[in-house]
Design a protein around this ligand. Structure first.
Ligand code: HEC
Ligand code: HEC
Length: 230
């Protein structure tokens, strides 16, 4: 019964995250140029690491089809140093606020590199799939799919996709929330989730979502195949 109540509170919290007005501003054309060419010496072309279509790769998260508000918040956090990464901090700092808006608008409107499907009937032995689709209510851990959508494809502007992210990247983000080297994000939802995951949970759920992406790569548009393979 208290589980239901907890879930209701979470879902209400998720519904309350509206898309801000500035998501409508910014220039997609400017974003396309930044993605392909960068800006001066300080900002390398995003495509060089995140892929020609923002599909991501070995060590680099996908950007295509991810919510604009989420992507811009990440660039702001890299720029301020609240989110730490030696490659992305100087790049984000080298962009003006208007350029951060444009480039994230551009990526949010690209088609997602893949559409993943959750394991149909996970058993408790599939620790990663179970956590992703059922959660663990005894420890008040909701299913990841509750916020990240079925198949980890992402939901709306604030809940990023997980399918196809590199396993090491997912694990590093969960650790960053535990260490406080990544800002808590909307309502501190992810910090709360990460704080309840042990090392075995992190390993299992990270490889589950990375694997979902690899499995779905077979259904990706031509040219995207194999890109998500770590
Ligand atoms: C030299 C390689 C490199 C280049 C060039 C690069 N990135 Fe990144 N980017 C990374 C890495 C590595 C990460 C993961 C950082 C982490 O682990 O937190 C990342 C993460 C991100 C994230 C966070 C994604 C998420 O899911 O939270 C965004 C947004 C992003 N980059 C946008 C850009 C944009 C926009 C550009 C071009 C202006 C760009 N990147 C250029 C390497 C690069
Ligand atoms: C109650 C909602 C909620 C639940 C449940 C949830 N998440 Fe999240 N998650 C979020 C939000 C919101 C963000 C964006 C945080 C930010 O803006 O920095 C996020 C971001 C992430 C990211 C960062 C993705 C990226 O591109 O950098 C990872 C990794 C992640 N979640 C993993 C998980 C895992 C694994 C689970 C299940 C164990 C889970 N989440 C459950 C709300 C949730």
């Amino acid at each position: 019964m208290s589980d239901d109540k907890q879930l209701l509170i979470l879902l209400l919290a998720c519904a309350g995250l509206a898309t801000p007005a500035w998501a409508q501003d910014g220039s997609i054309e400017q974003g396309r140029q930044l993605a392909a060419q960068g800006a001066g010496a300080a900002v390398a072309a995003c495509a060089g690491c995140h892929g020609a279509r923002g599909e991501g790769g070995a060590a680099f998260p996908r950007l295509a089809g991810t919510g604009q508000a989420y992507l811009q918040a990440q660039l702001e956090a890299f720029a301020s140093g609240a989110r730490k990464n030696p490659l992305m901090q100087p790049i984000a700092q080298g962009l003006t606020p208007a350029q951060r808006k444009s480039v994230t608008l551009y990526y949010s409107q690209l088609p997602p590199p893949l559409q993943a499907v959750d394991a149909a009937r996970p058993t408790p032995a599939d620790a990663g799939a179970w956590l992703a689709t059922r959660g663990r209510w005894a420890d008040q851990v909701p299913a990841c799919a509750q916020c990240h959508g079925p198949g980890g494809n992402g939901v709306g502007a604030h809940f990023p996709p997980l399918a196809g992210l590199p396993a090491a990247y997912i694990a590093a983000q969960l650790q960053a929330w535990k260490d406080g080297t990544r800002p808590p994000g909307p309502l501190g939802l992810m910090q709360a989730v990460a704080s309840k995951l042990g090392p075995a949970d992190v390993g299992a759920v990270s490889s589950y979502y990375a694997g979902l992406g690899a499995a779905a790569a077979g259904t990706a548009p031509p040219g995207e195949k194999g890109k998500a393979t770590p």
